[in-house]
Design a protein around this ligand. Structure first.
Ligand SMILES: [Zn+2]
Length: 161
């Protein structure tokens, strides 16, 4: 079996429950994150790729509960990719891909080229550092899931025209 077929994927729908994330023009981020996550889950199942979702309902999860659940989905040390799904706001346009300081940009580049092929523009892929400790990742979902290859997707801006 090659490396490719042994990868597992954890799909994280960002926010949920009492934390709606961002919203504009009737688009509530938590709901779209869940729709996107369910779509990815369906596609990966069709492709025969082992995957699990962090939440499947409109559920409130604290950062520590979310990380705990992620760690419970597959045994640590496995070849697991974590994709945390989000939408952006603030007046930009296009997708952003944030990858972990511990990982290389190979997966981000692959996602970028496939998104462009699918017709969505991509602003950038990058790493984001914690200002108070630049040796650490900015986002907890990346920082606190160190056993995984973790990326945070901002698929689009809810306020882009
Ligand atoms: Zn978000």
């Amino acid at each position: 079996m090659n490396e490719r077929t042994t990868k597992k994927v954890i799909i994280d729908a960002g926010h949920g429950g009492s934390d709606p994330g961002t919203s504009r023009n009737g688009i509530v981020e938590k709901d779209y994150n869940l729709l996107i996550s369910k779509y990815i889950n369906k596609r990966l199942n069709e492709l025969g790729i082992d995957n699990k979702m962090v939440r499947t309902t409109d559920e409130t999860l604290s950062p520590s509960d979310r990380v705990k659940r992620i760690k419970s989905l597959y045994e640590p040390g496995n070849n697991v990719i974590l994709i945390s799904n989000h939408l952006n706001s603030g007046g930009g346009d296009g997708a952003e891909i944030i990858y972990a300081l511990r990982n290389n940009d190979k997966l981000s580049k692959l996602i970028e080229s496939n998104m462009i092929k699918a017709g969505q523009n991509v602003r950038k892929y990058y790493q984001r550092r914690l200002p108070s400790n630049p040796s650490k990742d900015y986002y907890f979902i990346i920082r606190d899931t160190a056993n995984n290859e973790s990326i945070l997707m901002e698929y689009a801006f809810v306020d882009s025209s």
